[in-house]
Design a protein around this ligand. Structure first.
Ligand SMILES: Cc1cc2nc3c(=O)[nH]c(=O)nc-3n(C[C@H](O)[C@H](O)[C@H](O)COP(=O)(O)O)c2cc1C
Length: 280
């Protein structure tokens, strides 16, 4: 019988798909008798308690860490969390990403690299196809219907396999996550959200429609919105478009129409397969 383990599941998920994967992992680990703590790196998240737990953790602790892929990378709140991790050679970590069918980029590799630099074991990893959160106005968004029950099954099996392993037993090499063709990897190493900003649809607040209700700020995962008195987007913005999607008055305008065709063309060009994959 596997001994009882402690698991920490930490994730960012502006659109909910990464949260879905995190919950699937959580449910499976609880079925196995694990003690599970969860941290959503959204608005007001305090990573202090998780860091304290990890500083003190022995070989019975697992860290699952999840991010959406944005412009081929893990999102800034996840990378900041990983970069500030206390070093601990007794903890096994499992990075996972959800991606919208364009490219899973170098997100898993960069998460795995930081995890290893912090001295953690790389117990496995997963990339999971999910609906593309910039395509909510499209009839057929990339990744539609994902994560689906097959994706969930794969995640449940991976979580159980990682739970059953002793720390350090069967770690995966970082190279396993270095699966993109070299030119694409180099391109993505140079890409960043800041740089992509000029290519992303601009948001404009229609002051006649805005009621200053504050919902945009409530759904902003990085606390990037200030009211002056209308919403303004600060430097912490990660361009998740939750504010545009969730505004009940449709007062935050963004022309998403060129996005769909552009992303679909890029998806066809890159043709990344498989969509969902576990690394163990
Ligand atoms: C600004 C932005 C950039 C994105 N970049 C990519 C990308 O490079 N490749 C991709 O396949 N999907 C990309 N996506 C789609 C997300 O990775 C995908 O929808 C993910 O599942 C969202 O996770 P969440 O629902 O947990 O927020 C992007 C989405 C946004 C909003």
């Amino acid at each position: 019988m596997t001994e009882k383990k402690n698991a920490l599941i930490v994730y960012a998920s502006p659109g909910g798909s990464t949260r879905h994967v995190a919950r699937t992992i959580e449910d499976r680990l609880k079925e196995l008798g694990g003690a599970v703590s969860v941290l959503d790196l959204g608005r007001g998240a305090d990573a202090g308690a998780v860091h304290d737990l990890l500083s003190a953790a022995a070989g019975d602790t697992l860290l699952f860490i999840g991010s959406p892929v944005y412009v081929g990378r893990a999102v800034p709140p996840v990378m900041s969390f990983l970069e500030s991790l206390p070093e601990n050679s007794g903890v096994a970590a499992f990075p996972f990403v959800t991606w919208g069918g364009v490219s899973s980029g170098i997100a898993l590799w960069e998460m795995g690299k930081t995890i290893k630099e912090k001295g953690y074991h790389l117990a496995g990893a997963a990339k999971v196809l999910a609906v593309h959160t910039m395509m909510w106005q499209e009839d057929e968004p990339l990744g539609e219907g994902h994560p689906d029950p097959d994706d969930d099954d794969m995640i449940r099996n991976l979580a159980a396999a990682v739970y059953a392993k002793a720390v350090g037993e069967g770690d995966i090499p970082l190279d396993a996550l270095d699966y993109q063709p070299e030119p694409l990897k180099q391109e993505m190493l140079k890409s960043s959200l800041k740089q992509a900003e000029e290519k992303l649809p601009n948001r404009k607040v229609d002051e006649d429609l805005c009621t200053e209700c504050g919902i945009c700020a409530d759904v902003c995962p990085t606390d990037a919105i200030a009211f002056t008195p209308y919403p303004e987007f600060g430097p912490a913005c990660i361009f998740c478009f939750n504010c545009v999607r969730e505004c009940p008055e449709e007062a935050i305008k963004a022309d998403m129409s060129p996005v769909g065709p552009r992303l679909k063309a890029r998806s066809e060009q890159l043709d990344e397969r498989p969509f969902t994959k576990g690394f163990l």
